[in-house]
Design a binder for this molecule. Structure first.
Ligand SMILES: NC(=O)c1ccc[n+]([C@@H]2O[C@H](COP(=O)([O-])OP(=O)(O)OC[C@H]3O[C@@H](n4cnc5c(N)ncnc54)[C@H](O)[C@@H]3O)[C@@H](O)[C@H]2O)c1
Length: 270
């Protein structure tokens, strides 16, 4: 079955953390669906490269630090000047360092909270203010993680930050319902992106992959497909929700064996 054809040709889509990984995949998907796309990222070189692969048309790119109020305001204002009023925001920028709590310094805790929580607040606020001011029935999508509901060693700050993103999303959805602005969250499972910002050990990747019932790692396109849906009219009545996109990882304990001994059960499963 082919994927539904989404049409975003009348839309301006702003994506943060768009210089790599999931954000880059989301920007590509919206651009391919006809949108004018504004890419923002802290790192200029990958941002330039990501924007370059989209071509010259319907693309705007500017370095932004989502932790910084002025930087976010100037990014959104410049994107709107170039492309028109924002109708879709994907607040995707995030970092994932790993350190046990007893070894963690305050700087690392703050960096995660400032990027993953304050950054989501600042970008969503900038987009929401514009949508409200222009009467745009827009769509705001935040990117959390399966880590919002499932702890893992070394990620106290990350898990806390992603849980905060979920509750922030729900409250913003309540506040913006009257303005007909949908606010939803995607919680990706493991997506292989080979991040330069948040590198992973092979041991960690192998263990994570083993826990995916679907039997493969997620791709940026898997997450982008969920973003296309949530930004589309098909999701007009969906708001304040968390959409897990993880090949079944959060459904339960897929690695448990059957409890009934062989011989005492019928074998029909795939
Ligand atoms: N890859 C996964 O398995 C996975 C799983 C669940 C959730 N996520 C979430 O998805 C989002 C994207 O992650 P990814 O895996 O593509 O990571 P990535 O490291 O490949 O990309 C993240 C991008 O965000 C940018 N960035 C970091 N700090 C920034 C800041 N202050 N301002 C602007 N840009 C900044 C980085 O430069 C980078 O290009 C993150 O929020 C992450 O927590 C990822």
């Amino acid at each position: 079955m082919s994927a539904p054809a989404f049409d975003f040709k009348d839309h301006v889509v702003v994506v943060t953390g768009a210089g790599a990984g999931i954000g880059e995949g989301i920007a590509q998907a919206f651009h391919a669906a006809g949108a004018r796309v504004a890419l923002g990222d802290l790192r200029e070189a990958p941002l330039k490269q990501a924007a370059g692969t989209l071509g010259a048309e319907r693309v705007f790119a500017q370095a932004v630090d989502v932790r910084d109020e002025g930087s976010v305001a100037s990014f959104v204002a410049a994107a709107e000047k170039q492309l028109g009023g924002v109708s879709v925001l994907v607040a995707n920028a995030g970092i994932y360092p790993n350190t046990p709590v007893v070894d963690m310094d305050v700087e690392e805790w703050d960096r995660v909270m400032e990027t993953n929580v304050r950054g989501v607040f600042l970008t969503c606020r900038a987009a929401a203010r514009s949508m409200v001011a222009h009467g745009t029935p827009g769509k705001i999508i935040t990117i959390s993680s399966g880590a919002y509901a499932s702890g893992r060693p070394g990620a106290a700050h990350y898990c806390a930050s992603k849980a905060a993103v979920v509750m922030f999303t729900k409250v913003l959805a309540l506040e913006l319902a009257k303005a007909r602005i949908n606010v939803n969250c995607i919680a990706p499972g493991f997506v292989r992106v080979d991040s330069e910002v948040s590198p992973l050990t092979e041991e960690y990747v192998t263990a994570l992959t083993r826990g995916i019932p679907w039997g493969r790692q997620g791709t940026p396109r898997d997450i982008a497909n969920a973003a296309l849906f949530l930004a589309s009219p098909l999701a007009d009545y969906v708001t304040g929700e968390v959409l897990s996109v993880n090949g079944g990882t959060s459904a339960g304990r897929s690695q448990l064996p059957l409890s009934t001994p062989p011989g005492a059960r019928k074998e029909r499963s795939p």
